[in-house]
Design a protein around this ligand. Structure first.
Ligand code: ATP
Ligand code: MG
Length: 167
């Protein structure tokens, strides 16, 4: 589908906000800030699968951050790419682990991760989906300070119009 990313991402984040508001421990509330370009950013993607990617990245940002911290989601565009980023103020990822976190079942600090629950598949699946969409996913992180996960999605390809009857 051809999708307005500003609307889709906002919709996904609103669902997280609704869950936060229902929580009965206000001191644990985390905040999700949005910093979106004013332009509408249109991309071709599979909404369900892309939603799964954003869900996993936001869930990770929450899961690996202290209660009450802030998560910032940014959306911007360059000539060729839409770029979405998710920044947390959490544990961060040690340099030695960065290259491996997109591998299946890889989890930093097994004991800690096991206590948090999960399988270690979220980022591997996310990478598969983003790659399938012709995009890239990467992370910039400082241990003890936080992480920013980036997704780039190409849109130039889809404006050339030679692909339209492929699906
Ligand atoms: P699942 O997503 O399958 O429920 P998971 O969250 O452990 O389990 P991934 O989402 O693939 O698996 O993440 C892999 C590992 O990368 C995590 O176990 C964690 O150690 C690390 N990680 C991922 N996101 C963050 C983050 N925002 N901050 C710190 N560490 C992270
Ligand atoms: Mg995860």
């Amino acid at each position: 589908e051809y999708v307005n990313l500003n609307e889709l991402v906002n919709y996904i984040l609103n669902r997280f906000d609704m869950i936060i508001e229902k929580d009965d421990k206000p001191d644990k509330y985390y905040t999700i800030k949005r910093e979106f370009t004013e332009n509408d950013v249109w991309v071709e993607l599979d909404t369900d699968r892309f939603t799964q990617v954003i869900d996993n990245l936001v869930n990770n940002a929450i899961k690996y951050s202290p209660d009450g911290s802030e998560i910032t989601v940014r959306l911007l565009e360059t000539n060729n790419y839409a770029i979405l980023s998710i920044t947390d103020q959490g544990l961060g990822i040690p340099r030695k682990d960065i290259a491996r976190i997109f591998d299946r079942f890889y989890r930093v600090d097994k004991a800690r991760s096991r206590a948090q629950g999960g399988t270690g598949l979220g980022l591997a699946i996310s990478k598969e989906v983003v790659t399938m969409l012709g995009g890239r996913i990467w992370v910039d992180s400082v241990e003890g300070k936080g992480s920013t996960f980036y997704i780039s999605l190409p849109f130039e390809n889809y404006e050339e119009g030679d692909d339209w009857d492929a699906e």
